[in-house]
Design a protein around this ligand. Structure first.
Ligand SMILES: [Ca+2]
Length: 260
């Protein structure tokens, strides 16, 4: 939004920001890692416990061997990951854990992934009216890969905010917004919203991301619309779509869905 110095300085500043954009685990993810790791390493048993206690999986849904396979696949994919030698296989550091949570293997909707079917948590743990549906938005990423550097603001990185909306019966329909994160390709919001739902079966969880612009219409940065009954609770990587509903290659949000 702000123009830094004259045009040339602004350009240099902008290019530096664009090129150096690198995602880091937000505070909420660091806290989770702290809880489920020891000496900076998360092994298969700890990952299993995380999947049950935070991600809403049933006890035993993921075996220790499967948890180790998840860890090994993350380690194979990540060139930056430092391996922690440990009996029974490698373990995840904070960066690996973050990449696992924010990766394609951790979608928000129940689907079949290879031979394993990822069930919706809501099948077992229905939202009831006196309870609330918590939506937390940690951060977003991928715009610097899927958009041109000047698609949002000409001389500075975009100023993203996200709408947090429930669509459903009139009593449940509500629209809220996160704060605006100025001049950042990788916005970290760390904001949570709780919605009481009277008819969760008909509720849709919607998000739209915009680049704030005080002089023109805010620039569109992606959208998602997820049926609440099909959501998997826990921390999920939520891919965003363009206006036509086609998924972007890289743009996604890191979100947490929870019944509270
Ligand atoms: Ca802007």
């Amino acid at each position: 939004m702000k123009v830094k110095g004259d045009g040339l300085d602004g350009c240099a500043f902008f290019w530096r920001c664009f090129r150096q954009a690198k995602e880091e685990a937000p505070a909420g993810v660091r806290d989770l890692f702290q809880r489920y790791s020891e000496n900076g390493a998360m092994g298969a048993e700890q990952l299993k416990r995380f999947l049950v206690e935070v991600q809403g999986e049933e006890e035993g849904a993921t075996t220790k061997v499967e948890a180790q396979a998840i860890i090994d696949s993350v380690l194979r994919l990540s060139k930056h990951q430092i391996r922690f030698p440990k009996k029974g296989g490698g373990s995840l550091g904070l960066d690996g854990f973050f990449r696992y949570l924010f990766g394609v293997a951790n979608p928000p909707i129940a689907l079949s992934l290879g031979n394993k079917v990822l069930h919706s948590s809501f099948q077992n743990d229905h939202v009831v009216p006196e309870k609330g549906f918590l939506v937390k938005i940690y951060m977003g990423d991928g715009w610097n890969l899927d958009f041109h550097q000047t698609d949002f603001d000409m001389y500075s990185p975009p100023d993203f905010y996200t709408t947090v909306e429930i669509d459903g019966v009139p009593a449940d329909t509500i629209l809220q917004k996160t704060k605006i994160i100025e001049d950042n390709w990788i916005p970290v919001w760390n904001e949570e919203f709780t919605f009481p739902l009277t008819v969760p079966e008909l509720a849709l969880s919607r998000n739209e991301v915009y680049d704030y612009d005080p002089l023109e219409m805010d620039g569109f940065g992606g959208q998602t619309c997820l049926p609440v009954p099909e959501l998997r609770t826990g921390v999920r990587a939520v891919p965003l779509c363009n206006r036509k509903g086609e998924e972007y290659k890289s743009v996604k949000l890191l979100m947490h869905f929870k019944i509270v």
